[in-house]
Design a protein around this ligand. Structure first.
Ligand SMILES: [Zn+2]
Length: 109
């Protein structure tokens, strides 16, 4: 799985610069990996950066490193432990999932 990163001079960058697109939360990446029926590898390009899949900045490094480790060792317990990481942005992500409309502007950047 390759979570989206905003590349330069693309239509996605056009929308991202206007606040109309936000790369996925790392929580979403963890959720997809956790729910997958098979081992799915993932190396989030630009993970933790504003153009790449990211959370709040405080928890990004640990989660990106864990996702890369999981891709190599297929340890599902690691993904479960990462999903239990305590960070304030987890509640923000849950709010976004419940409140954001897919046809509207993203609620966070
Ligand atoms: Zn966080």
């Amino acid at each position: 799985m390759n979570p989206c990163t905003v590349q330069r001079n693309t239509e996605m960058e056009y929308y991202w610069k206007r606040g109309a697109y936000r790369p996925p939360y790392l929580w979403s990446v963890l959720s997809v990996l956790s729910d997958a029926p098979l081992h799915v590898t993932c190396d989030p390009l630009g993970g933790g950066q504003k153009r790449g899949p990211h959370n709040c900045g405080a928890c990004d490094y640990e989660i990106v490193r864990g996702i890369r480790d999981y891709s190599l060792n297929a340890d599902r317990d690691l993904i479960c432990a990462l999903l239990d990481t305590r960070c304030g942005c987890r509640q923000e992500w849950e709010y976004i999932l419940a409140s954001e409309k897919s046809y509207c502007m993203p609620l966070t950047r």
